[in-house]
Design a binder for this molecule. Structure first.
Ligand SMILES: C[S@@+](CC[C@H](N)C(=O)[O-])C[C@H]1O[C@@H](n2cnc3c(N)ncnc32)[C@H](O)[C@@H]1O
Length: 271
């Protein structure tokens, strides 16, 4: 089978090859592209993508995400967006609007790893979005999850996602997780949001039982020394809020920006 980019080039012979996207992500029946260069003929590119990918009812051109709610900046360049979009992954269904809600296809590997590592216990997802990280744990594993989302708009989609999966042990809560999260409840805390600070870490400490694991996401430089410094700084921050780190591991979630990865540190901690 010919590669996507090659097939696209054959449909777009009039367009500068630099402008032709080399890949796409699938969210439900939408093809999402994030081209490096500005597209001078967006509609033509979008229409060609829909010809190559017959399942794609809409092609979305996406730019970067905004503010703390991480809403993506995107627009439909071809086809029609039928809302809500239902995205299926890991035998879990997510209800969303890809134009306004973050669901990173690049985090798929991390979602899979969580399924392997978190089989039981109570999870508090402090930055739930539509349950990107925590919902599969409830649909697939024997866990109990409390999923907290600050944006009322995203929260409606979180509730819809929980409902469509008929989850029993998944409890969406609207609000700032620093305020509304239940105390001394979690075996596992998910912190899938880069803009955390010490106030979020202190909240995580309150939410945790006496011992537990925190999955803390961050942006990490590629370069080894800088990477180590970043990890040391995180460990220092965790220590400063009064948590003892008994053990930890780090791993790459996905490439992020030039010179940076999206990483996660898994902290085995004690209060
Ligand atoms: C980048 S999304 C990440 C979603 C998911 N955790 C993941 O890793 O794929 C972050 C989400 O956290 C929400 N958020 C930000 N600050 C929050 C807070 N203090 N309490 C609860 N939710 C928050 C945002 O609205 C957004 O939906």
């Amino acid at each position: 089978m010919k590669k996507f980019a090659q097939r696209l080039r054959e449909h777009l012979t009039q367009i500068d090859p630099q402008e032709i996207p080399t890949g796409y992500a699938r969210i439900g029946n939408c093809a999402i592209i994030k081209p490096r260069n500005i597209l001078s003929s967006e509609k033509q590119v979008g229409d060609a993508i829909r010809k190559i990918l017959p399942w794609a009812k809409a092609v979305i051109l996406q730019k970067n995400t905004l503010d703390i709610t991480r809403r993506p900046l995107g627009k439909v360049i071809s086809g029609k967006l039928d809302l809500p979009v239902i995205h299926k992954e890991l035998r879990t269904r997510f209800v969303l609007n890809p134009l306004t809600i973050t669901f990173s296809p690049g985090n798929h590997g991390e979602r899979e790893r969580l399924l392997e590592e978190v089989k039981t216990g109570t999870i508090v997802d402090m930055f739930a979005c539509i349950g990107n990280l925590s919902l599969p744990l409830s649909t697939r594993n024997n866990t109990r999850a409390i999923a907290i989302e600050i944006s009322p708009y995203t929260f409606e989609h979180l509730k819809a996602s929980a409902k469509i999966n008929k989850t029993r042990q998944f409890y969406p809560i609207l609000g700032d997780s620093r305020i509304v999260a239940p105390q001394n409840k979690a075996d596992i805390i998910l912190m899938g949001f880069f803009q955390w600070n010490k106030t979020h870490l202190r909240a995580a400490k309150r939410v945790l039982k006496n011992t537990g694991r925190i999955y803390l996401h961050y942006i990490s430089p590629y370069e080894k020394d800088l990477k180590n410094t970043k990890v040391e700084r995180i460990l220092e921050q965790v220590k400063q809020i009064g948590l003892t780190v008994r053990d930890y591991t780090t791993r790459i979630v996905k490439p992020y920006s030039r010179g940076h990865h999206h990483d996660v540190i898994v902290l085995d901690v004690k209060k």
